[in-house]
Write a protein that binds this ligand. Structure first.
Ligand SMILES: Nc1ncnc2c1ncn2[C@@H]1O[C@H](COP(=O)(O)OP(=O)(O)OP(=O)(O)O)[C@@H](O)[C@H]1O
Ligand SMILES: [Mg+2]
Length: 250
């Protein structure tokens, strides 16, 4: 098995609502491996998004440890965490999260400008990614002037422009129609085939079959963990996954 790229140890997260503390992640131990396409499933409210935010350093755990390779994210200050997050994580949100008054090209370049300063090289890289994502003709458009599928492809280009070690996606196809969803999943699959590590939250069986491993969350704990065999086709994975999900609450 390939090396561990992200590790969670005895992870807990609770939110304060009024005077009560609501536990959301309840003792998760998890190792994610380089090159894997890992999917997180589970019913609404089971803690999928919270876990993804914790693993990416966007949320701070109440207890426990998060390691990105040999970097202890849980004990970093905010400034250090921001630097590490830029190097390690590209994040894709369900609702795209593009900056409304910036063009497609400008949106893609935001994280790149934070890290490096050779603007012409970065611009060429952004245009190359836009070509691969089939959105090159939209360079000067604002997010409000294009479809959801096109916005999500822009947001994926933004997520990968700094060559992050892991791409994290929280229901990236949740707001898309089926053909746009397929295009987004095809891009993630191709990135993974090129070696990109991916962690994706999804409710959809068809989307989950793009993964090689599925983690199932229930009440903030890992209830089950499935790895597909290397030689399984998408159709075979779907049968395996539906059997595995039978009796689970999702
Ligand atoms: N910032 C917050 N403050 C208080 N409670 C929160 C906060 N974020 C999440 N929660 C609660 O934590 C629980 C888990 O939320 P989370 O968003 O991780 O679930 P999820 O599995 O992603 O659900 P969904 O499938 O609906 O997206 C929910 O009960 C939610 O209400
Ligand atoms: Mg969620």
């Amino acid at each position: 098995m390939s090396e561990v790229i992200i590790q969670a140890k005895a992870l807990y997260k609770s939110y304060q609502t009024g005077h009560t503390e609501v536990p959301v992640i309840n003792g998760i131990n998890l190792s994610l491996h380089r090159g894997d396409f890992t999917v997180i499933m589970g019913s609404s409210g089971s803690g999928k998004s919270t876990l993804l935010y914790l693993l990416s350093g966007l949320e701070v755990p109440s207890q426990g440890e998060i390691w990105l390779e040999d970097k202890p994210v849980h004990s970093m200050d905010e400034a250090m965490m921001t630097l590490i997050r830029r190097e390690y994580i590209g994040f894709v949100f369900q609702d795209f999260n593009l900056v409304p008054n910036l063009t497609f090209l400008e949106n893609i370049l935001i994280p790149a400008y934070l890290v490096k300063n050779d603007r012409s090289v970065l611009k060429a890289k952004a245009l190359d990614l836009m070509t691969k994502m089939n959105i090159l003709e939209l360079v000067d458009r604002l997010p409000s002037e294009v479809s959801g599928g096109q916005q999500q492809r822009c947001s994926m280009a933004r997520a990968i422009i700094n060559d992050p070690k892991v791409v994290m996606a929280d229901e990236p196809t949740g707001n898309l129609n089926s053909s746009s969803s397929a295009a987004v999943l095809d891009i993630l699959t191709e990135l993974n085939q090129q070696g990109q590590s991916i962690v994706m939250v999804t409710h959809e069986v068809k989307s989950a079959c793009r993964a090689n491993r599925i983690i199932f969350l229930k009440d903030g704990q890992i209830e089950d963990d499935l790895s597909f065999a290397d030689d399984q086709s998408i159709e075979e994975k779907e049968v395996t996954l539906l059997q595995w999900l039978a009796g689970k609450d999702w």
